[in-house]
Design a protein around this ligand. Structure first.
Ligand SMILES: Cc1cc2nc3c(=O)[nH]c(=O)nc-3n(C[C@H](O)[C@H](O)[C@H](O)COP(=O)(O)O)c2cc1C
Length: 159
């Protein structure tokens, strides 16, 4: 069965809540879904996933240090990541505070891994990935689920 892995960091719980919504959306595709914290994950966890969704709080417009540490460590599996489907989400403190640049910092790493990156589906309101302010409200939760489902659906199509 195809698998989607959600790896995230969260200091105060907001990105963690987004991760659960993203995972719920991916499950709607009928794929296996696993959710893990970055500091409890190892690079090898990435290998049996067909789709990988990274989430991070916005720390100064970029990913958190724990996400960065995990991604730096993933250089160990660098040659084995090509053509996995990737997407990203982030929680910020404020609109215009760097949510999209944080998503891009995660997407950039995925591109370096030669992954296939997807943004929000057309029926969501975002562009580059799910971005929320604080804990996800109903709208952000809906966007998270749609992003997860898009990754799940694409992983199944590519299988
Ligand atoms: C070290 C640090 C840096 C932050 N930098 C920003 C920032 O540049 N812009 C912003 O909008 N929010 C910033 N925040 C706020 C967090 O992104 C926001 O509270 C987020 O919802 C936290 O997610 P979490 O609960 O998953 O940790 C920062 C928070 C911390 C702790």
């Amino acid at each position: 069965m195809s698998k989607v892995l959600v790896i995230y960091d969260s200091r105060s719980g907001n990105t963690a809540k987004m991760a659960e919504e993203v995972a719920a959306g991916a499950r709607l595709s009928g794929v296996e879904v696993e959710v893990k914290k970055a500091d409890e994950s190892k690079p090898e966890d990435l290998l049996d996933a067909d789709g990988i969704i990274f989430g991070s709080p916005n720390h100064f417009g970029s990913m958190s240090e724990k996400m960065k540490a995990f991604i730096n460590d993933s250089v160990k599996v660098r040659k084995k990541m090509e053509n996995k489907v990737g997407a990203a989400f982030s929680s910020s403190g404020t609109i215009g505070g760097g949510g999209e640049t944080t998503v891009f910092s995660l997407i950039q790493a995925m591109m370096i891994h030669s992954m296939i990156i997807v943004g929000d589906p057309l029926d969501a309101t975002g562009h580059y990935g799910a971005v929320g302010i604080g804990a996800p409200d109903d709208n952000t939760a809906d966007i998270c689920r749609k992003l997860g489902k898009r990754v799940g659906d694409l992983v199944k199509r590519l299988a």
